[in-house]
Design a protein around this ligand. Structure first.
Ligand code: PEP
Ligand code: MN
Length: 286
């Protein structure tokens, strides 16, 4: 990559590649997820279970997400679990449930893609493809999602610098897909009291360097249910264009990440609080 004049070095000390570089772009990017626009004045709330478990689980959670103003439904069908003995997701069956509930509720769905061989399969059911933290450095996968048309939710690698994060996004844009949303989801530090250290300073930094929308995941960012609401509020105050949060109708029975999943009551209360924070920073939530 040719170093460019005014490429952002003076702002962050890193080199910002050209396609994600705000200075080389006319205006802010709006990413359109089947009619839901991320990157405008509205703060977009994405919520749902960590993993799709059943029609009943996904349906009940989705109805509550929609009722409280969530705009996009999340749910993993292919789960990147640290242990091979843990629930790996329902695979195509999970994708079918996502599509069914999407049709019933009208909520677009985002789900993770882990394997280049699954591009065609996942795109058949999902409105947005998520590249998870563990795959941010998977360059063949980044190129593959860049070659297809669905918007991409790119999560920050747990050990990635801002520069590496932006370079990963550049891989996608470079293949012709400019519909990319960046997601800060916490990084690994020496701190062990939380699952990750949610780097909220990444939000204003990314917003200053790139035109791509930036959202925050306070669920994986903290790993602790009661910490999700305060960090969600802080993320909006810091300028996030949206949030992605784990919500489950019965977190105690969740097959994945129940400890960080909000109950439906938690979610209802949080959405009311988030509207006030959004208003305070001249944004709105539906
Ligand atoms: C997820 O959102 O389901 C997930 C696995 O998150 P991350 O890739 O940030 O760990
Ligand atoms: Mn999870």
């Amino acid at each position: 990559m040719e170093p460019k004049k005014n490429n952002g070095r003076e702002t962050c000390g890193c080199s910002i590649p050209e396609k994600v570089n705000k200075r080389l772009k006319a205006g802010p990017a709006i990413v359109d997820v089947n009619g839901i626009k991320i990157g405008g004045n509205e703060v977009i709330i994405i919520a749902g279970p960590c993993a799709v478990e059943s029609l009943d689980q996904l349906g009940k959670t989705a109805v509550a997400v929609k009722k409280e103003g969530g705009r996009i439904l999340r749910g993993g069908a292919f789960k990147p679990r640290s242990s091979p003995y843990n629930f790996q997701g329902l695979g195509e069956e999970g994708l079918k449930l996502l599509r069914q509930i999407s049709i019933e509720t009208g909520l677009p769905v985002v789900t993770e893609i882990m394997d280049t061989r699954h591009i065609e399969l996942v795109s058949r059911y999902a409105d947005m493809l998520q590249v998870g933290s563990r795959n941010m450095h998977n360059y063949p996968l980044l190129k593959e999602v860049g070659m297809q048309k669905k918007p991409v939710l790119l999560k920050r690698g747990m050990m990635a610098t801002i520069e590496e994060f932006l370079l990963a996004a550049e891989y996608i844009l470079n293949q012709g897909n400019d519909q990319v949303v960046l997601c800060e989801r916490g990084i690994r530090t020496f701190e062990t009291s939380t699952r990750n250290t949610l780097d909220l300073s990444a939000v204003p930094m990314l917003k200053s360097l790139t035109h791509l929308p930036v959202i925050v995941d306070p669920s994986h960012g903290t790993g602790i249910r009661w910490m999700v609401p305060p960090m969600a509020k802080a993320a909006i105050a810091a300028g996030a264009d949206g949030l992605i949060m784990e919500v489950h109708f019965n977190p105690g029975e969740a097959l994945c990440d129940g400890q960080q999943s909000l109950t439906l009551n938690d979610f209802e209360k949080l959405m009311n609080d988030l509207r006030k924070v959004a208003e305070a920073v001249d944004r709105n939530i539906s």
